[in-house]
Design a protein around this ligand. Structure first.
Ligand SMILES: *[C@@H]1O[C@H](CO)[C@@H](O)[C@H](O)[C@H]1NC(C)=O
Ligand SMILES: *[C@@H]1O[C@H](CO)[C@@H](O)[C@H](O)[C@H]1NC(C)=O
Ligand SMILES: *[C@@H]1O[C@H](CO)[C@@H](O)[C@H](O)[C@H]1NC(C)=O
Ligand SMILES: *[C@@H]1O[C@H](CO)[C@@H](O)[C@H](O)[C@H]1NC(C)=O
Ligand SMILES: *[C@@H]1O[C@H](CO)[C@@H](O)[C@H](O)[C@H]1NC(C)=O
Ligand SMILES: [Zn+2]
Length: 436
């Protein structure tokens, strides 16, 4: 072979073998979260836009949130790729077990000291690698991390209505203009529904179906807006959520759990958050740990754990913030401390193995396969997928790209089309160079 020909052949082979994404343009990414969207909420409602998404993109049968199926802990696992014991956002409410200070969920959203525990969320990592990012109401987006803020971050105010469809559309228009006019690379967009309706009315109430239809309409609106802003070929979208929802069991069907019946709380606990659905935390007074554990172990319809005896799959045992005792109610039971003050008809916070706690995953855009249904997976694996899409180097994390890589059109080595184009070029060149 002539040396020139050898060089040409080598170059063509190298080009063909180079993973496509190294050469490909970097597409933008929108992550949308609909709080409390149980995995099967679309199965008893007419949802034409969600159905169309199945054909146009990727759907997982369901996904499993991390243990601690609550809004802030679960969203922060998605955006960091770290288990709750590592990122330490162990509750929706910021608290200090020493001072007994407790801060409401909405207020906690902008308290950096609750979120910034040394684990960097995707926004900051992307910014450090030159990208422009934004957070529209997304939990964690309103805090600073090692002194760095998300480039543009909007935080929802307390008392703001969650279900205003006009506003939902305006929020999409605003986010689309961030992408198309200001060249953002990553935006996370959060909606407080269907969680709100799920709590207030319960997952079986007709209003839950109504809000799913509203969400379906907004997904249709999003898809139109993407076309209107000429983003179809450059914007990937992931739609997901943080946990499911289950119907709360109440009298007269069940005896509701009142923990003070089993344990004199004031005598035995120095700190507690118990009136918060199915997940309770408590710090025993000095020397009372075993008494507390034994007493609560006798209470029906719940499981009590010592922090250092958590099952490994919880990925909670290493947490410094969690108090020594955690109580998880059986599915549908609420934990009450002294009185029944909790009025929710639906709730979450239960064991993440329960089907009612599972949630959704959908994705579409230029880098995603079409009509691809994935087996269930853990939400922790979304993080490395997002890094891959944004072509950035991830932080150390607990996910695995191998779980989600299959969703992508060009997930590794040379794509078939690229390879055959290269082979065609190669044979043409060989024909040109070969002596007649
Ligand atoms: C709780 O408050 C105490 C007293 O102000 C303080 O010393 C401690 O560092 C706080 N704990 C946490 C985890 O912030
Ligand atoms: C983030 O840092 C900026 C600049 O130091 C500061 O103005 C802002 O209040 C901080 N925000 C939060 C939520 O801590
Ligand atoms: C819904 O949002 C729109 C646009 O922000 C606003 O004009 C309207 O008053 C809101 N409706 C309600 C019921 O809050
Ligand atoms: C709750 O606990 C009681 C007492 O142990 C038991 O009889 C009942 O079956 C439990 N309820 C459920 C729904 O598991
Ligand atoms: C999660 O990832 C962090 C960072 O790499 C690591 O320190 C930790 O041990 C991992 N957790 C598990 C359970 O593998
Ligand atoms: Zn939530």
């Amino acid at each position: 072979m002539k040396p020139e020909l050898f060089l040409v052949v080598t170059a063509v082979i190298c080009a063909a073998a180079k993973p496509l994404n190294e050469a490909a343009q970097r597409n933008k990414l929108l992550l949308v979260s609909f709080d409390g969207f149980r995995w099967d909420y679309d199965q008893d409602v007419d949802t034409p836009h969600l159905d169309q998404l199945v054909l146009d993109g990727v759907k997982a049968k369901y996904i499993t949130p991390p243990m601690l199926t609550m809004t802030s802990p679960s969203h922060f696992t998605t955006i960091t790729g770290r288990w709750v014991e590592d990122h330490e956002v162990v509750h929706n409410m910021m608290y200090n077990a020493t001072t007994n200070q407790k801060v409401s969920h909405k207020e906690t959203l902008t308290r950096s000291e609750w979120w910034d525990n040394g684990v960097l969320p995707l926004w900051i990592t992307a910014q450090n690698q030159g990208l422009k990012t934004g957070s529209f109401y997304f939990p964690g987006g309103g805090a600073n991390y090692s002194g760095q803020a998300v480039y543009r971050s909007l935080s929802e105010e307390s008392g703001h209505p969650d279900d205003n469809e006009t506003e939902w559309r305006q929020n999409i228009d605003e986010v689309m203009s961030w992408f198309s006019e200001e060249d953002f690379h990553l935006v996370t967009l959060y909606y407080g529904e269907p969680d709100n309706v799920g709590h207030a009315k319960g997952p079986d109430h007709p209003n839950r179906k109504k809000i799913i239809m509203q969400i379906d309409r907004i997904i249709g609106y999003l898809r139109e807006a993407i076309i209107r802003h000429d983003l179809s070929n450059t914007l990937n979208v992931i739609i997901s959520s943080d946990h499911g929802m289950t119907t709360v069991k109440k009298r007269p069907q069940v005896d509701e759990i009142i923990l003070n019946k089993y344990l004199n709380l004031i005598q035995h606990a120095s700190f507690e958050i118990l009136d918060y659905g199915g997940f309770g935390i408590l710090t025993p007074r000095p020397g009372k740990e075993q008494v507390v554990f034994d007493a609560l172990s006798k209470a029906p319809n719940l499981t009590v754990w010592k922090k250092d005896e958590f099952p490994e799959s919880f990925h909670l045992a290493k947490s410094k913030r969690l108090p020594p005792i955690v109580v998880v109610a059986d599915l549908g039971f609420n934990l009450n401390s002294r009185f029944i003050v909790y009025v929710n008809k639906g709730d979450h916070g239960y064991h993440n193995g329960e089907m009612d706690m599972k949630t959704i995953f959908r994705a579409f855009g230029p880098d995603f396969k079409k009509n691809f249904v994935s087996e269930p997976f853990d939400s922790i694996h979304i993080y490395p997928l997002m890094c891959k899409l944004l072509q950035i180097k991830p932080e150390a994390h607990n996910g695995s790209l191998s779980v989600t890589e299959d969703f992508l059109l060009h997930s590794g080595g040379p794509s078939r089309a690229r390879l055959s184009a290269a082979l065609l070029l190669l044979s043409t060149l060989l024909a040109m160079f070969s002596p007649l």
